[in-house]
Write a protein that binds this ligand. Structure first.
Ligand SMILES: [Zn+2]
Ligand SMILES: [Zn+2]
Length: 258
């Protein structure tokens, strides 16, 4: 299995990061993608440092919508440089978050657009974070990304069938996190059933949003097995099928040239 999205740089892993990675490997999680947003600019290398330490960890770089206000012209130059690093496989997580609004909406949109331009120049996949901002996120992707023909991931997918279908039409992969194991997430369960097998990914978003039966605790990559099992059950597949398919999808998306 691949945990396509986790934050291994998080300080909650400082005390036992080696053990966390070991547990993931022991659970059958062969690759982990550490997302490089950290606390925002100017430090854009938080995930690169983790990836340089562990062979099984890959990295992304990007400015999270929460930190959009911290982005400056040198941020974009630095991101473009970092995308050439051999362990950096994509740009993210980028997008819009209107739930917390840590940065003003117009700043979030501008920083999102700037980063989509960087992805276009670098020809790299993107990882999208969107929360309570579906309409604006889809509009920006439609005008800035879809014409470029670049692929991407809707990370920690939080929509229903309608949103899933729109994202699929735009060419996105849909990544399910621990929320899909929550009994009350019924819209998400319906969405999980309509995503074609070849467009599906799994992730933890660790240390956040631990799946059942670890709900409320610190999340870690080994727990992606619970998300995989629940997702497989919802879709009428075996956990082995789902693990093999999502791993193949991840390789297809991130390990080829665009
Ligand atoms: Zn996110
Ligand atoms: Zn994340």
């Amino acid at each position: 299995m691949v945990d396509s999205h986790c934050h291994l740089d998080d300080k909650r892993f400082d005390a036992d990061r080696d053990a966390v990675v070991e547990r993931a490997l022991a659970a059958g999680v062969t690759k982990m993608v550490s997302i490089g947003t950290g606390d925002g600019p100017p430090d854009l290398e938080v995930a690169v440092r983790v990836a340089e330490r562990y062979e099984c960890v890959l990295a992304t770089v990007g400015v999270h919508p929460h930190d959009a206000s911290k982005a400056a012209p040198e941020t974009y130059r630095h991101l473009s440089e970092l995308l050439k690093h051999p362990k950096v496989i994509g740009l993210g997580e980028i997008g819009l978050d209107y739930h917390y609004e840590h940065s003003p909406r117009d700043v979030q949109k501008a920083v999102f657009r700037e980063q989509l331009e960087i992805a276009k120049s670098a020809r790299c996949p993107i990882i999208i974070h969107t929360r309570e901002a579906w309409d604006d996120t889809l509009a920006i992707l439609d005008e800035h990304l879809v014409p470029a023909g670049l692929p991407g991931v809707m990370h920690c997918f939080s929509g229903g069938v309608r949103e899933a279908e729109i994202c699929l039409r735009m060419g996105f992969f849909i990544s399910f996190a621990g929320v899909v194991t929550f009994p009350k997430a019924t819209d998400l369960h319906e969405a999980a059933k309509v995503v074609p097998a070849d467009r599906l990914l799994i992730e933890t978003d660790a240390p956040y949003l631990a799946p059942v039966p670890h709900r409320g605790k610190r999340n870690e990559p080994s727990f992606v097995t619970h998300t995989a099992a629940r997702l497989a059950a919802l879709r009428g597949e075996t956990a082995e099928q789902l693990a093999a398919q999502t791993t193949a999808n991840w390789q297809y998306l991130f390990q080829r040239q665009y």
